[in-house]
Ligand binder design. Structure first.
Ligand code: CP3
Length: 358
């Protein structure tokens, strides 16, 4: 196995010493990069791109070359899991994802298989993981990912994105057993899928719970967190002689940081609604923190972006366990130069917080 040339990200995830704060960005391979748009055009469409290991690798490496990101993230989508369970999935141009035949009742849920073997249906993603590892050649670690069961269920029941989540909420309230059956199948499928990614070379994994924040505290515990916990309990935690850090990110979940840290994850992903010093005071002695610049700050002038980076670094202060990131994904209309400045600012401004104590 090739030695990692830059393992700052993995060290920060485990709260070990680093020379500067590592940085990567959710959705770092994406439409704000003309290079990404060119590769997607070459592939045909978004799902064609996801299905080509060579082109996935190409777009995964673009932000490493262009931004100097300290970690690569597998190029894929969270919705390939329900697709592999048999649901038709489409991504129209300029539209979000659609499941034209959504899950509507208990019988629909009963029909869905548990994907115990990800090489069956998701083999192309595992091939992409192996191809990316080969092409990275040890430059930076590779992050694998999946959606949380609750977040996947929202798309499967709503049939796509949603404003008020009426269908998935109605199912949760009216037929809690049906919802639990669905979430259990998703949790076990996602756990096997993430273990497949780890076996093929993912060196850390992140679970995206984009829609956990729409739940009450009680429902979050019962319908989202419990199933992320069930996944964490099944994951391979060591591979290639190193710990494989697990990152849990719940957008809108900043009220529940202690409960998230209690799952046994290594890193808690923060959205931008909390000041990172507050998050650090609450859980920073137990887990590393990832985040948390407001993604819309990337619309500001480069000088203002740098000021914000400085403020977040100062709030975290000295000490280990910070992976710099945005609080959610970068949006497609951000100027590429602003993203480059964000990465440069973190690299330059963070050094002072990691000098040996004198
Ligand atoms: O971060 C990365 O660079 C890795 C790739 C990645 C994608 N999707 C590629 C993508 C990751 C980690 C995801 C996760 C994902 N997908 C989430 C959770 C994270 C989050 O952003 O909250 C969710 C909810 C999805 C589902 C999804 N995929 C939606 C709602 C959309 C449409 C909205 C949008 O941004 O266009 C997608 C499409 C998608 N996934 C694109 C990319 C690069 C854009 C597709 C295109 O190229 O046209």
């Amino acid at each position: 196995m090739t030695e990692l040339k830059n393992d700052l990200f993995l060290r920060a995830c485990l709260r070990q010493d680093v020379e500067r704060t590592p940085v990567w960005m959710m959705r770092q391979a994406g439409r704000y990069l003309p290079e990404y748009r060119a590769t997607r055009a070459k592939a045909g469409g978004f799902l064609d791109l996801c299905r080509s290991p060579e082109l996935c690798s190409e777009v995964t490496l673009q932000p490493i070359d262009i931004l100097g990101a300290d970690a690569a993230i597998l190029f894929s989508d969270i919705l390939v899991v329900p697709e592999a369970m048999g649901m038709k999935l489409t991504f129209g141009v300029g539209e979000g994802p659609k499941f034209p035949d959504p899950v509507t009742c208990r019988a629909d849920v009963e029909k869905l298989p548990v994907l115990t073997d990800p090489s069956d249906g998701l083999g192309y993603v595992l091939d992409a993981v192996a191809t990316i590892r080969r092409d990275l050649n040890g430059r930076v670690p590779l992050i694998g990912f999946a959606g949380s069961p609750w977040t996947l269920a929202t798309y499967m029941v709503e049939g796509g994105g949603s404003k008020n989540f009426s269908k998935v909420k109605a199912m949760m309230f009216n037929e809690p057993e049906t919802m639990h059956l669905l979430l259990g199948k998703l949790a076990d499928s996602v756990a096997a899928y993430l273990n497949g990614q780890i076996a093929h070379g993912a060196q850390a994994v992140q679970i995206f719970d984009t829609w956990g924040g729409i739940l009450t505290t009680r429902d979050y515990g019962e319908f989202s967190l419990a199933y992320m916990q069930r996944i964490v309990g099944q994951l391979t935690r060591e591979h290639e002689g190193r710990r494989v850090p697990v990152i849990l990110y719940t957008k809108g979940g900043m009220g529940w940081l202690e409960a998230i840290a209690d799952t046994g994850c290594d890193v808690v992903g923060l959205d931008w609604s909390i000041d990172i010093d507050q998050a650090k005071a609450r859980i920073g002695d137990r887990v590393a923190l990832q985040g948390n610049m407001d993604p819309t700050m990337l619309y500001a002038k480069p000088g203002r972006i740098r000021e914000e980076v400085r403020d977040i670094l100062a709030r975290f202060g000295h000490g280990n366990g910070h992976v710099f990131n945005l609080g959610h994904g970068i949006t497609p209309d951000v100027p590429k130069e602003h993203a480059i400045e964000f990465f440069r600012a973190v690299r330059e401004e963070s050094v002072r917080y990691h000098q040996a104590a004198s």
